[in-house]
Design a protein around this ligand. Structure first.
Ligand code: 6U4
Ligand code: NA
Ligand code: NA
Length: 157
């Protein structure tokens, strides 16, 4: 299973606003999501998260700015080549301002206005808990269309 990262920049504690990006290309195109991607060879999860955050939305964080909040496994029985897992990070501090990249158009959302209908279908099951400060571990099984959630298990760490 390939490994990826997902960074969730937030303001306020507990979180009041979250920076999401509208993905413009590739996997998840047209969806709002956090910022992240695949590890490069020899790279740690935290290093990959810092690199992808900068590449995709221009925010500069250091590894110490990242708060590890858990891990999710995504399983696509109809397309096993899509299977991957995600190391999740909340990012409360950084340097710089959000900037559009070729991959993502960043946008701030109040927590009450998070556009779950325009996000991956699993997000509504775990993102609210993460934004309340919980750490989670979970597994999502997608349906035939690789979009709908067929089965999901989330537990608190
Ligand atoms: P390329 O374009 O090959 O460099 P890369 O940016 O390395 O891609 P990408 O964009 O394919 O990787 O990584 C997928 C991103 O989408 C990761 O940040 C994890 C995130 N992601 C994938 N499935 C998700 C899901 N079901 N729910 C979610 N985020 C998901 O919230
Ligand atoms: Na990405
Ligand atoms: Na990327």
């Amino acid at each position: 299973m390939r490994s990826t990262t997902l960074c969730l920049p937030v303001q306020g504690r507990p979180a009041e606003r979250i920076l999401l990006g509208l993905k413009k290309t590739g996997f998840g195109c047209g969806k709002y999501n956090g910022f992240g991607g695949k590890f490069e060879e020899g790279e740690t999860a935290a290093a990959a998260a810092v690199r992808e955050l900068k590449e995709e939305c221009g925010l500069a964080a250091c590894e110490a700015d990242l708060e590890y909040v858990g891990e999710l496994q995504f399983v696509f029985p109809a397309s096993p080549e899509l299977d991957h897992d995600v190391q999740l990070y909340v990012v409360p501090t950084w340097q710089g301002e959000p900037q559009e990249s070729p991959e993502m158009k960043p946008e701030w959302f109040a927590i009450a206005d998070i556009p779950y209908k325009q996000m991956w279908a699993d997000d509504i099951y775990w993102l609210p808990a993460v934004l309340k400060g919980k750490k989670i571990s979970g597994r999502v099984i997608f349906g035939e269309n690789n979009e709908d959630v067929e089965d999901i298990t989330i537990r608190s760490l």
